[in-house]
Design a protein around this ligand. Structure first.
Ligand SMILES: Nc1nc2c(ncn2[C@@H]2O[C@H](COP(=O)(O)OP(=O)(O)OP(=O)(O)O)[C@@H](O)[C@H]2O)c(=O)[nH]1
Ligand SMILES: [Zn+2]
Length: 231
């Protein structure tokens, strides 16, 4: 009898299957989930599931206005969850050496977040501020926003999203420190359930100098709360 081989389960899928933990998975587990590995259902199966939900909600999926809805929803899901197919570490590996001695903080403020909560699959909308303290190597700033985007385009809780972004930057760039602060509104709290519009959740993950050095942390906090210029 042959022994069954353990199936390699990439972290994103594992998190997806096993539910949330507030502990961030290792960023080295950030590989994208291939369709084959994930045992992904077909497009037809996905559309059939949406027809089932439409019927369950009390509507008729064969009526004119809803006939194309399953295909539209499937296409929308491809956008909402595009992050399962991308590896943030690949994006961050394109670094360049800064030879003129720039060793101050690099901060990207007000990065728009559009994610989905893993409990209710409804939007989490907000913004992230991402900073790092370079140690010779710097990365193109758009790559920081791309990393945010990849993790946001998965089912998330805000704590995990915040930690994953910081861990990936820390692991690949190996800077002197990384800071991520995120503020977001969860539609599962604003439009259903407890229904508290206007409430935002704030999370942060500080690593290296941002965790150990109060001056660096203060400087970061002052910069993210400062006035925004209009360009
Ligand atoms: N910590 C954390 N909680 C979240 C996040 N997004 C949603 N939640 C919460 O996850 C919880 C899920 O709780 P459950 O009791 O299983 O679900 P529920 O019955 O729909 O809960 P209610 O939202 O209170 O109606 C809720 O308290 C949500 O507010 C997040 O990013 N982080
Ligand atoms: Zn939710």
């Amino acid at each position: 009898m042959t022994e069954a081989k353990p199936v390699k389960t990439p972290s994103a899928l594992r998190d997806f299957r096993e539910g949330a933990t507030a502990t961030a998975p290792r960023a080295t587990d950030s590989a994208p989930v291939s369709a084959a590995e994930a045992g992904r259902p077909s497009r037809e199966e996905a559309e059939a599931a949406i027809r089932t939900l439409l019927r369950w909600a009390g509507d008729d999926p064969t009526r004119e206005g809803l006939v194309d809805t399953p295909a539209r929803v499937a296409r929308a899901y491809e956008e909402f969850f595009a992050g399962y197919g991308e590896d943030p570490e690949d994006i961050l590996r394109r670094t360049f050496e800064e030879t003129d001695g720039y060793d101050e903080m690099v901060l990207l403020r007000d990065i728009r977040i559009e994610s989905h909560c893993e409990h209710h699959m409804v939007p989490i909308l907000g913004k992230a501020h991402v900073a790092y303290l370079p140690d010779r190597r710097v990365v193109g700033i758009s790559k920081l926003a791309r990393v945010v985007e990849i993790y946001a385009k998965r089912l998330q809780i805000q704590e995990k999203l915040t930690a994953q972004i910081a861990n990936a930057i820390n692991d690949v760039l190996q800077p002197k420190g990384v800071a991520v602060v995120m503020e977001a509104a969860h539609q599962c709290m604003t439009t259903r359930g407890i229904r508290k519009p206007g409430v935002t959740m704030v999370t942060s993950r500080m690593l290296g100098a941002f965790r150990d050095n109060p001056t660096t942390r203060r400087e970061f906090m002052a910069l993210i709360s400062g006035d925004r210029g209009h360009f």
